[in-house]
Design a protein around this ligand. Structure first.
Ligand code: C2E
Ligand code: MG
Ligand code: MG
Ligand code: MG
Length: 289
C-alpha cells in the first residue's frame, strides 16, 4: 500500500494499516460475542482403523456459524482468538462441547470400545490454567472415561515448554487422557519431540501423505517415518488421505489409522452420528463392499 502514498512522505501507519488493525479488533470482539451466543460448532472428521477398515474415532474441528459470513474455517479466526486472549476460553468451550457430545452418543448408541474423539489443544491452553482439572470435572459430569478422548498437541508447544506445560501433560495422562503429536514431520525438532512428549500416537502431516502416490521413494520415506514412530512405542495416524491408493499404501506400511477427504470431510455431529449407527457408510470401509 506504501506505493500509493505520495512520494517522499513518511507514513508509518497508513490508512490501510488502520483498517487492518480495526478489522482485527472487530474480529476479536465479534468472536467474544460468538462464544457468548454459542455461534461456534464442533465438526467431526472420521478416523479409520486401517487394520479393520472401521471407524476408530473422529477429530473434532471448530467452525464458526457467522450470522453474515456463513460457515467459517478455523484459519480465519484462530489467530484473532490467540491475539485477543480468547484461546483458552475457545478451547474450554470446545472440550465441554465434545465431552457433552460423547456423553450423548454413549447414552444413545453402542459405541465401539476403542472409539475416541481427538481434540486439538493450543499451546496456550497447556500453559495457562488447570486443563486436567477442567477436563476431569466435565468427564465426571458426563460419566465419560478419559480414554474416550485424545488431545492433539503440536510442536509449537516445545518452543515455550515450561513446568506448567509438563505438569498439565502429566496430569492429563494420570486421568487417562491420551496425547497425540499433531502435524508430525513439519517442524524441525520432530525426532527429539517423539521421545520427549508422553504421547500415545503421532499424526503424520498431510504434506507427507499427499505425495504418497507419486514416487516409490516417497513411500519408503513415509515407511521410515512410520518405523520411527513405532520404534518410539507409538501408534501412527495419517492425515490428508484423499485417494484410495494412499490408504492402501499406508496400510501396507503398517500405519494404524487414517483420516482425510477420501473417507469423509469434517461433518456436523448429526452426520457423524450416521457413521456411528451405520446409516451412513464411509468409502473403503468394512461395510462398503
Ligand atoms: P489439524 O489439526 O492438522 O486438522 C486437520 C485439518 O486438515 C483440518 O482443517 C481438516 O479439515 C483438514 N483436512 C482433513 N483431511 C484433509 C484432506 O484429505 N485434504 C485436505 N486438503 N485437508 C484435509 P481445518 O478444520 O480447517 O482446521 C485447521 C487447523 O485449525 C487444524 O489443523 C488445527 O490446527 C486448528 N484447529 C481446528 N479446530 C481447533 C480447535 O478446536 N482448537 C484448536 N486449538 N485448534 C483447532
Ligand atoms: Mg489436529
Ligand atoms: Mg493435523
Ligand atoms: Mg495439519
Amino acid at each position: 500500500q506504501a506505493k500509493t502514498e505520495g512520494k517522499g512522505r513518511v507514513s508509518v501507519f497508513t490508512p490501510s494499516m488502520h483498517r487492518a488493525a480495526r478489522e482485527r479488533m472487530n474480529l476479536v470482539s465479534e468472536l467474544r460475542r460468538a462464544l457468548a451466543l454459542d455461534e461456534l460448532e464442533a465438526f467431526y472428521q472420521p478416523i479409520v482403523d486401517l487394520r479393520t477398515d472401521r471407524v476408530a474415532g473422529a477429530e473434532a474441528l471448530v467452525r464458526w456459524r457467522h450470522p453474515v459470513r456463513g460457515l467459517l474455517a478455523p484459519d480465519t479466526f484462530l489467530d484473532a482468538a490467540e491475539e485477543g486472549g480468547l484461546m483458552v476460553e475457545l478451547g474450554r468451550w470446545m472440550l465441554a462441547t465434545v465431552i457433552g457430545q460423547i456423553g450423548r452418543w454413549t447414552r444413545e448408541l453402542t459405541l465401539p470400545d476403542s472409539f475416541r474423539v481427538h481434540v486439538n489443544i493450543s499451546p496456550s491452553e497447556l500453559r495457562h490454567g488447570d486443563l486436567a482439572g477442567y477436563a476431569t470435572a466435565l468427564l465426571r459430569q458426563e460419566g465419560v472415561p478419559g480414554a474416550r478422548l485424545t488431545l492433539e498437541i503440536t510442536e509449537a508447544l516445545l518452543v515455550t515448554r515450561d513446568h506448567v506445560v509438563d505438569e498439565n501433560m502429566a496430569a492429563l495422562r494420570a486421568i487417562g487422557i491420551p496425547l497425540e503429536i499433531d502435524d508430525f514431520g513439519t517442524g524441525y525438532s520432530s525426532i527429539s519431540y517423539l521421545q520427549s512428549i508422553p504421547a500415545q500416537n503421532a499424526k503424520i502431516d498431510r504434506s507427507l501423505t499427499q505425495e504418497l502416490l507419486s514416487q516409490d521413494r516417497q513411500c519408503r520415506f513415509v515407511g521410515a517415518i512410520l518405523d520411527l514412530i513405532h520404534t518410539a512405542g507409538m501408534g501412527a495416524v495419517a492425515e490428508g488421505v484423499e485417494e484410495r491408493a494412499q490408504a492402501d499404501v499406508l496400510r501396507s506400511l503398517h500405519c494404524e489409522y487414517a483420516q482425510g477427504y477420501y473417507f469423509s470431510r469434517p461433518v456436523p455431529a448429526e452426520t457423524m452420528r450416521g457413521f456411528l449407527t451405520g446409516s451412513r457408510q464411509l468409502p473403503g470401509t468394512a461395510d462398503d463392499v
